[in-house]
Structures are given as C-alpha cells and as structure tokens.
Design a protein around this ligand. Structure first.
Ligand SMILES: [Zn+2]
Length: 144
C-alpha cells in the first residue's frame, strides 16, 4: 500500500500576525470609505470596481482571479468589457450575414448557377456560419 502520510500531520504555517498591522492585500484598495477590487482580466485590462466591505472585497477579488485562471486554462476570454463588445459584434455579424446573403442571392439571380455558386456559399459559411454557431456554445460560464 502506498499510503504516504506525513509522520507528524502538522504544517508549519500557523504564523499569527500578533501585533503586526493588517496585511496589505493585493488587488484591493480603499477609496471614499469603500473597498474596491482591482484585477486583470485575460485581456490584460485592469478592471476596478467598488465592492463595499474589506472582507467582501477580498472574497470578490479571489473569485475574479479564479475565473480568470479558469478562463486562461480553457483558452477563453474572461472580461466584462469584452463580453459586452462580443454581444455587439455578434449583432453586427448577423446583419452583415444577411447583407452578404442578399448579395449572394442577387448574384445568383443574375448569373446562372454553376460551381461558382457553391464556392461562394461554402466560403460564406466557413467565415460566418462557424462563428455564429460557436458563438452560441461558449461553455465557459459554469457558476452563477
Ligand atoms: Zn478586460
């Protein structure tokens, strides 16, 4: 049996800060009587946000960092700004898709159907079809 246990089950990290002043926590700061969090998203932006109490700010900051780490591991973007931008872009893409589809129909109406049609349609789908499909299946958001 390879049940390797430490002989003495103690880990030497019980270093209590007796008279030391409260440790300066990275990623949180105080402004206007409120505690804020400051964190970097996967895109490298610095996001700042008022939270309230110090305890809550520490919790929130930890949660954000976990999300960023998870997103990095999955190779996806975790950024409130980007999420908003992506929604805008998706909407624009749909409009663009419709325009190009209309253009295709015009083209098909004036030209006889031939292999060129197929080529254009395939190209259209490879550029936009995949994007529209994959945009609906970003399974990076598990919690909440
Ligand atoms: Zn960001």
């Amino acid at each position: 049996m390879s049940d390797s246990r430490d002989s003495a089950g103690q880990v030497g990290t019980s270093d209590k800060p007796g008279t030391r002043q409260p440790e300066k926590q990275r990623g949180i700061f105080q402004r206007d009587g409120r505690w804020w969090i400051s964190w970097y998203c996967t895109e490298g932006h610095r996001h700042r946000q008022p939270i309230g109490s110090r305890k809550l700010a520490i919790q929130e900051h930890g949660a954000r960092r976990k999300e960023v780490e998870k997103a990095r591991r999955l190779g996806v973007i975790y950024c409130p700004d980007e999420e908003w931008k992506r929604k805008q872009a998706q909407q624009r893409q749909r409009v663009l898709f419709r325009e190009i589809a209309q253009d295709f129909l015009d083209f098909a109406a004036t030209h006889k159907r031939d292999r060129c049609d197929k080529f254009r349609m395939e190209r259209l789908l490879s550029v936009f079809g995949e994007n529209l499909v994959s945009g609906d299946h970003t399974g990076g958001r598990g919690t909440l």
